[in-house]
Design a protein around this ligand. Sequence first.
Ligand SMILES: [Zn+2]
Ligand SMILES: [Zn+2]
Length: 169
Amino acid sequence: MARNPFIADIVALRRHQGHRERLHVHAPLDGLRVSGSEVPPGADVTLDLVLEAVEGGIVVTGTVRAPWRGECRRCLAPCEGEVDAEISEVFVREPEDGETYPIGGDHIDLEPLAREALVPGLPMAPLCAPDCAGLCPTCGADRNAGPCGCPETDVDPRWAALDALRHDA
Ligand SMILES: [Zn+2]
Ligand SMILES: [Zn+2]
């Protein structure tokens, strides 16, 4: 079985309190998604961490990064970006739920930490560009490519109310 790149050996680290180790992980982590975007399956997640042995545990600080891709909420074009999260977490033998992470024997598992850092950074409603013009609500043309020729769609709210009445009839 291949070594899990997210499992960090802490035997040497635990021998000396105050000892620090740098850790760089670059490996795929699947299943990172929210409703509007996801880390592409097979794409590498990057962890740049410092592990420090303290009394009773290991402090892990650094950054977690991953590419994401999604669909623009206005024009539906594919769009992409990068999620970049700062982390500062503690691993202990007897973790408290939601507060600290577990030390398992002579190792710590950085995968849950990476997931919990990355998922909140994924955009739920991404935009291909901050000024994306979106699709024409009348003909569906991509207005980023130029005007589609439809009249402006600033519907007078009084007409909208009448339209709604007609639909109900
Ligand atoms: Zn767009
Ligand atoms: Zn149009």
